[in-house]
Each structure stands twice: as C-alpha cells, then as structure tokens.
Design a protein around this ligand. Structure first.
Ligand code: SAH
Length: 353
C-alpha cells in the first residue's frame, strides 16, 4: 500500500485531515515517510543545505558557539545540541573546527534531536568517536549548560493553515475530490490563539501557525536561562507569515504538495515573530541575513585559505560554494539567523542585539 492509498483510506473513514497531520505523516510515517525512507540532502538528493554546500558553514557556526562558551566561563560539562541534524555534517565540521578551542570538545555532551531512524544511523557514522546521544523529545534535554544549533529544522515542522472569515477562521484541510487528495476548507470557527492576527489580516487572507515550534524553543531557552548557554537558529521565513508558503520539493524542483506523499520534502516558511516570542526568557539577537553573519565571522579569509589548497574543479566548486552561502541573490539574504544568549551575557559573535 502506498502512502497515498493509506491517506485516502484514512480520509474515507475519518474525514478530511488537518494539514499538520498530513505533513507529519508525509515526512515521518515509519514506513513511507520522506525523512524515514531516504537521505534527501546533498547534490544527489532533493535539496542541498548550507552545511552540505561547504564545510565552512559548520566550522564558523561551531566557532561562534565556542566563543559564547568561552564568554560564559567555559562551563563543564555542557550539552552541545543540534535539532534535526540531517547527515550530521554540520556537527562534524563544527567539532573539527572547535578542536582548537581548549577543553570545548571534551566538555561537550553531543545531543541530537532527530525523528528519523535512518538519519540517526547516518549521523552516528558522521560523528564516530564523539558518542552522540539522541533524544526523542526536547523535554529529555539534560539540565545543564546548553549550546544549540538549528539549521533548516523549524521549516520542517508541521503547520496548520487558516483562512480568515469575518472574525473567525476556516482551517485548510486535506480531503478527497474525485478520488484524489485535494485541499478544502473546514467550518468557520473561532481560533483564540489567532486573535493577534485579526489586526493585520482581512477577509480571505491565509495565515499559518506552527504550534510545534514554540515549545521546543521555550524549553531550550529555559535551560539556557537557568544554566547558561546559547543558540543559533537559521531558516527562511518572514515576520508574521501571510499567504500559503507550503512548499514541496522533489529532485531539486517544486512539486505539488499533494501529488506524491512521502516522495517530496514538505516545508513552510518560519514565522520569526513566533520564534522570537518563544525565546523571550533569554535575549535574542536581531534577525540577520546569513550572508552578513558569515562575512562578519570571516568566511572570506577562511575561503581564501582553503582555496590555497585547491585547484581545478575542486577550486571552482569551492568558489561557487562561498558565493552560494553568502551572496544576496543566493542563500545570503533568503536565509536568516538569530542568536540566543542569557540576559546580560555577550551576544554570539557575528550578531547584535
Ligand atoms: N540540519 C540539517 C537537515 C535539515 S532537514 C541540514 O542543515 O542539512 C530537517 C531535519 O529535521 C532532518 O534531519 C529531519 O529528519 C529532522 N526532523 C524533521 N522533523 C522533525 C521532528 N519533528 N523532530 C525531530 N527531527 C525532525
């Protein structure tokens, strides 16, 4: 039975599904889920992420966190956490770069929040020798200093979509039309959690809500506030999302999100307002373009140093990777980053308050 058949029979027996349930099933179904059945990242996969473009990304991210660790008195032991680590490349590059920071790697308990067993296995291989531990939910984070990174994690969390109808909302659902999966709208209902969006929307506007994001960030921030630490969140999105940003990507190209469940990556823009709101127990930085952040951390001299060791095609790939990560017309502006530190502590290098 394909995932499409499973979803169809579920809708026949239980009625139209919420979009967050549809996304979770497509991404994480134990047998057919997109993340459970494949390694989607890298040139051969459906999309490529910053750490897979160049080792420089993970190196600079790691060093920024290590500087924050030094600024806070080098606590030992501490949790070095990654949310949704993909192939483990970012963490591996960060640990290699941070081996030059005395005591950092030895004091780090590597903790990974990852839902996909297939990706856990790949992460374990990438991090051989570092004894990573996996957690199933963020509540399982140890109560100690916590330094974390999340790259393209929040955009993978399931969203709900609502269309404004007077002072109420109709939820966008996945149902069936002529036997095929199709979008429809549920009944008009009040949504107390969306009251703040009445002021900036009009009838017919569509907004998105990612309920899973805030609890994850709030718990990380509770640890950081109580025990020290810092965080870096990279993603693409807007301040208060408006409009449908649900995206399916298959073989590096946009696809219909309902056409091939489990075979395409599904993401949505993150709402930076909601993420900053959830970080309010700590001090978040300004939201900064990824390219600006990486330039401030010295990606260009690092790229030049690496270029000395390369020639031919490898050199061309390296130069293109530097451009791709930083140039405003590539990932440099589309992707944003913000940092989190405890109130009163120095902000992470490359960011300001
Ligand atoms: N950070 C990586 C991968 C980003 S893709 C990179 O930059 O290359 C999203 C990652 O989050 C994948 O590892 C995916 O399996 C994981 N993921 C998605 N939803 C999750 C969830 N609800 N809980 C834990 N991990 C999740």
């Amino acid at each position: 039975m394909s995932l499409s058949d499973i979803l169809t029979s579920q809708i026949i027996s239980q009625g139209p599904m919420r979009l967050d349930s549809y996304m979770t099933t497509c991404l994480l179904h134990p047998e057919h889920g997109y993340y459970t059945t494949r390694t989607p990242f890298g040139a051969a996969g459906d999309f490529i992420t910053a750490p897979e473009i160049s080792q420089m990304f993970g190196e600079l991210v790691g060093l920024s966190l290590a500087q924050a660790w030094l600024n806070q008195g080098a606590p030992k032991p501490f949790s070095l956490v990654e949310l949704g680590p993909g192939r483990g490349t970012l963490m591996a590059d960060a640990l290699r770069a941070c081996s030059s920071v005395a005591g950092f790697v030895d004091a780090a308990d590597i903790i990974l929040l990852e839902a996909s067993p297939a990706l856990r296995a790949i992460q374990g291989k990438a991090l051989t020798g570092f004894a990573p531990q996996w957690i199933d939910t963020i509540e399982d984070l140890p109560k100690q200093s916590t330094f974390f990174i999340a790259n393209e994690f929040f955009d993978a969390l399931p969203i709900r979509q609502f269309v404004r109808d007077g002072a109420n909302w109709r939820e966008r659902q996945v149902g069936l039309q002529d036997g095929a999966l199709a979008f429809g709208l549920g009944p008009t209902q009040p949504q107390p959690a969306l009251m703040h969006r009445i002021e900036d929307t009009k009838d017919g506007d569509l907004i998105e809500d990612c309920a899973a994001a805030a609890p994850i960030l709030s718990i990380l921030c509770e640890r950081i506030k109580a025990y020290g630490g810092a965080g870096l969140v990279f993603d693409y999105g807007d301040w208060r999302t408006l409009g449908d940003t649900l995206q399916a990507i298959q073989n590096h190209a946009p696809a219909d999100p309902l056409a091939a469940p489990g075979h395409a990556d599904l993401t949505a823009h993150v709402d930076f307002e909601a993420l900053l709101h959830a970080s309010a127990s700590c001090t978040p930085s300004r939201i900064t373009p990824q390219g600006v952040f990486l330039e401030r951390l010295g990606i260009t001299p690092r790229a030049q140093a690496l270029a000395q060791t390369l020639s031919g095609e490898a050199l061309e790939t390296h130069v293109a990777a530097h451009r791709r990560l930083t140039h405003p017309q590539e990932m440099g502006n589309l992707f944003k980053v913000f940092g989190i530190v405890p109130e009163g502590k120095p902000m992470l290098p490359g960011l300001d308050i």
